[in-house]
Design a binder for this molecule. Structure first.
Ligand SMILES: *[C@@H]1O[C@H](CO)[C@@H](O)[C@H](O)[C@H]1NC(C)=O
Ligand SMILES: *[C@@H]1O[C@H](CO)[C@@H](O)[C@H](O)[C@H]1NC(C)=O
Ligand SMILES: *[C@@H]1O[C@H](CO)[C@@H](O)[C@H](O)[C@H]1NC(C)=O
Length: 618
């Protein structure tokens, strides 16, 4: 019911917007869009989890760690796991987990990683692990057996995307003290995928829509990112990836060839008879978004002049092909499909591509704000003029009113794409693959996992919740001549998938900032009747070395054979504390322990059992 109300309100506001011909946000529209995003984000997270085996509510019977593309078993049958979709979905879940620390997400991520150690070894129509070729197989059955029907194979973006998803989690493990799991579980799987990318990037394959055999911008962009962050991850786990280092700049060099001076031609080395304007390129831009990078053309950052020009060219190509877009002003967002010539399911807009058009703009806003300026060039001018008619080439510092007008126009424009998704999302919040180009009804596969993941990443981008850098800013030097390439990869089955084994301690849960944890002080100290033992120390909880404020320990466990004094004191997590025990006689006389002072560091792992120190009186 909530959704229904929101939908009604929005369509009223949207029609008044298009009458004005200018997307000027009203408070009412902002409020309803925000409400929609908040409620839909919960639907989206649940929608993703429902489609992941073995315990997702719509994936029962699927193997542990299987990310189904959709629960739909007919018209179309998407009850399979695609390496690409799964990689993108898990990448989005790692982003969620890094913020929420929710253990159910962690379990899903770890199941996926364990499952893919096994999946890499399954021989399939693309080949096997021995020379890496089997890693390019696009999809598997829901029980992880090979799918042996005819299909567009190989699809070479899968290994790169899987590597990126796993590296994201591996980096989280490293940052949280679980080097063992990052090294012994994650790295061996990632290593195979990186070797695949380094070996096969310069061969053709099928694009992300599984239709065109050639060179796909998305595949090459994802390959470059994987090699760069893969090399850095290797070093962090005490390894190296020499094939990554050798090939990354060759891949970057090739990537430049998709730019035709006006937009990205998404499929090259093939004549597919299309313009090449394809949401492929917009999805690439959000995939290679690096919050630490500038508006860099070479790595096709979301705020780069090239990618803004491309955004306009690609999104404009959909304005006249769908009747749901008719009458929408050129300054406002529209429903976006895969490419305008699409005929799959008669060729409709998709939720995930419309959301990607918004997400690129939110990413760009983050980058403009971080850079503290916007530079409009001849390349990007047409993009800017469409949303801010007085835009002119130049550089505008964040203190200028022009900067404020430009960023506000981008925000409004980005929101207008999300408003399209809002308008065509049914009251349940369910996101199918597509919505019909004439009436907007959901169509094709129901509950598409990637649609939900796209909603999650759009929301984070809109909220300035950005993923860690992958190193784009130091990997953007394009060689003056491009070398063809392909290393010889080496492959080995990853065998450790036991997250609970002693060599891979369970993942620590960092304590929240400012929290405290009870530390138990045990000291063996023989005392005579009337004497008491206290602990005194450097923090206020221990009385700041003032013996009158020391903490009295309890003798309730004291025996002659084990003269134990014990007590718990709440101390700030992560704090370094020095302390000593003191003895007070019945007369009040204080005796300090002999030097040196004792010291301890309070754990900042809130999942570990409460820390205890065992001391003997000196
Ligand atoms: C291989 O790389 C070269 C150099 O960038 C490029 O010209 C060629 O089109 C690439 N071929 C494929 C299939 O990737
Ligand atoms: C122990 O700590 C106290 C208080 O900071 C200090 O005065 C004393 O010098 C320290 N003792 C030694 C041996 O460092
Ligand atoms: C302290 O002793 C208790 C048992 O008396 C034991 O469980 C605990 O592990 C010990 N802690 C340390 C840090 O040695």
């Amino acid at each position: 019911m909530l959704f229904k109300n929101l939908l009604l309100q929005t369509s009223i506001v949207l029609s008044s917007l298009s009458e004005q011909g200018h997307a000027i946000p009203t408070l009412e529209k902002r409020a309803t869009l925000d409400q929609f995003i908040t409620s839909e984000n919960t639907v989206a997270l649940n929608g993703v989890l429902a489609n992941i085996g073995p315990s997702g509510s719509k994936s029962q019977g699927a193997a542990s760690g299987v990310v189904l593309a959709s629960p739909s078993k007919s018209n179309p049958d998407y009850y399979y796991t695609w390496t690409r979709d799964a990689g993108l979905v898990i990448k989005a879940l790692v982003e969620q987990f890094s913020v929420s620390k929710a253990t159910n997400l962690q379990t899903v991520i770890q199941n996926y990683i364990s499952a893919n150690a096994k999946l890499q070894t399954i021989s399939n129509p693309s080949g096997s692990l021995s020379n890496g070729a089997g890693l390019g197989e696009p999809k598997f059955n829901a029980d992880f057996s090979a799918f042996t029907g005819a299909w567009g194979r190989p699809q070479r973006d899968g290994p790169a995307l899987r590597a990126t998803a796993m590296i994201a989690y591996g980096n989280w493990l490293l940052a949280n003290g679980n080097t063992a799991a990052a090294t012994s579980i994650v790295w061996p799987i990632v290593k195979n995928d990186l070797n695949y990318v380094a070996q096969y990037w310069n061969q053709t394959g099928f694009d992300l829509w599984e239709e065109v055999q050639g060179s796909s911008f998305f595949t090459i962009a994802a390959s470059h990112r994987a090699l760069v962050e893969g090399s850095a991850f290797a070093k962090k786990v005490g390894q190296s990836c020499s094939v990554c280092d050798a090939q990354a700049s060759n891949v970057l060099c090739f990537l430049q060839k998709f730019w035709n001076g006006q937009y990205i031609d998404s499929n090259i080395n093939v004549n597919e008879g299309r313009t090449g304007k394809d949401a492929n390129s917009i999805i690439s831009s959000i995939h290679v978004f690096d919050p630490a990078a500038g508006c860099d053309d070479a790595t096709f950052q979301p705020c780069s002049p090239r990618m803004l020009a491309n955004h306009k060219q690609v999104t404009d190509s959909f304005r006249s092909v769908y009747s749901v877009n008719s009458g929408i002003a050129s300054s406002s967002g529209v429903a976006i499909g895969r490419y305008s010539e699409d005929v799959y399911y008669t060729g409709n807009p998709w939720y995930l591509t419309t959301l990607a058009a918004a997400e690129q703009l939110y990413d760009a806003l983050y980058q403009f704000n971080k850079a503290g300026s916007i530079t409009i060039t001849d390349v990007s001018l047409a993009f800017w003029k469409a949303i801010y008619s007085s835009a002119a080439t130049g550089t505008y510092a964040s203190s200028s009113t022009t900067f404020k007008s430009l960023t506000s126009a981008v925000k409004t424009y980005a929101d207008s794409y999300v408003a399209i998704v809002q308008k065509y999302t049914p009251s349940s919040g369910a996101l199918a693959e597509q919505f019909e180009k004439s009436g907007g009804q959901p169509t094709s596969a129901a509950d598409l996992t990637w649609s939900y993941a796209a909603f999650l990443t759009m929301t984070n981008a809109r909220n300035n919740v950005v993923p860690p850098s992958w190193g784009a800013a130091s990997a953007n030097k394009v060689p003056s001549t491009c070398s063809s390439g392909g290393a010889t990869g080496t492959y080995a089955a990853a065998t450790n998938t036991n997250w609970a084994s002693p060599s891979t301690p369970s993942t620590p849960t960092p304590c929240s900032a400012g929290s405290s944890i009870a530390v138990t002080f045990n000291v063996l100290a023989k005392t005579v009747y009337g004497e008491n033992i206290y602990v005194s120390g450097s923090t206020s909880e221990l009385g700041s070395w003032d013996p009158t404020k020391a903490v009295l320990l309890s003798a309730s466990q004291y025996t002659n054979s084990k003269p134990l004094w014990s007590g718990s004191v709440k101390l700030s997590t992560g704090a370094s504390v020095s302390y000593k025990y003191i003895r007070k006689s019945s007369s009040g006389a204080v005796t300090w322990e002999s030097d040196p002072n004792r010291s301890l560091t309070v754990s900042s792992d809130c999942s570990a059992s409460a820390p205890t120190v065992n001391d003997t009186w000196r």
